[in-house]
Ligand binder design. Structure first.
Ligand code: MF3
Ligand code: CO
Length: 259
């Protein structure tokens, strides 16, 4: 069941989203060699709680932490641990916050210290695929126009998109309908309507699209062991176009208008 959100609800998702954005921006700066993913998780949890919100991921189907941290060939859902970041790694950081019952969900993948040129290219293509997907999230388009934008950009650069995990609707729960695949046929899927709030989350693999879940029951890795990048924003579809609700510097006027 798809729930369309009122402007006031979109404003609330935006307030949760801005907490997520500020946490991710702090974690990006913290992501230097020697820091552990547990350090990042502790920081995230304390910032989220200090903002009066709840870490959405913690306890979700038994998930043990407030963020997901995914190294290199890990695609998504890596669990924070005593593992240290090291120069040359890329690290996906995924974060969710619930404020007054509304959820914001976003992710970035960051380079640790100096990293390989090929990895930097993977990061920029994955991030650009998200930007292009958001651009398609407009009234008049259909859902798989969004999906196709991710796929077209990633594949044009010789990368593949993960099929087994998708983006999703967001609102009062982290995972709502509809599913938002990272591949699809343009001009198909449901019509995009004002009030639809989506987490769009490209998972772009440098090798094949196949993935496996590790024995911990969470960590998703590429089957071929090649690196993968993940970026995610929560966005609202409005008559005025897509509004990114997890941007660090949101268009405040737009958010106030909708709140
Ligand atoms: N952004 C991720 C997702 O949409 C976060 C879920 S992690 C979980 O799947 F641990 F909370 F499940
Ligand atoms: Co998500």
């Amino acid at each position: 069941m798809i729930t369309l959100r009122t402007k006031s609800e979109i404003g609330k998702i935006g307030r949760a989203g801005r907490i997520v954005a500020s946490v991710l921006s702090e974690l990006r700066e913290m992501a230097v060699p020697g820091v552990t993913t547990r350090d990042l998780d502790r920081c995230a949890e304390s910032r989220i709680r200090a903002a009066g919100a709840i870490p959405t991921f913690k306890g979700y189907h038994g998930y043990p932490a407030s963020i997901c941290t995914s190294f290199n060939e890990e695609v998504v859902h890596g669990i924070p641990s005593a593992r240290k970041l090291k120069e040359g790694d890329i690290l996906g950081i995924d974060c969710g916050a619930t404020l007054e019952g509304y959820v914001g969900d976003a992710a970035i993948t960051v380079p640790v210290g100096r990293v390989d040129e090929a990895l930097l290219r993977l990061l920029s293509v994955a991030e650009e695929s998200l930007r292009r997907a958001i651009e398609q999230a407009r009234v008049g388009n259909r859902l798989y126009d969004v999906s196709h934008a991710v796929q077209a950009h990633a594949e044009a650069h010789g990368y593949s998109v993960v099929r087994d995990f998708c983006g999703h609707g967001v609102g009062t729960r982290m995972h709502e309908d509809p599913q938002v695949p990272n591949y699809g046929k343009p001009g198909t899927g449901i019509k995009l309507r004002p009030g639809l709030v989506l987490a769009i989350e490209p998972m772009v693999n440098s090798g094949s699209h196949e993935v496996d879940v590790q024995a911990d029951g969470w960590t998703v890795v590429t089957r071929d062991g090649r690196p993968s990048a993940h970026f995610e924003h929560t966005i609202a579809i409005t008559e005025e176009g897509p509004v990114v609700l997890t941007a660090f510097n949101p268009v405040i006027e737009t958010l106030q208008e909708v709140s």
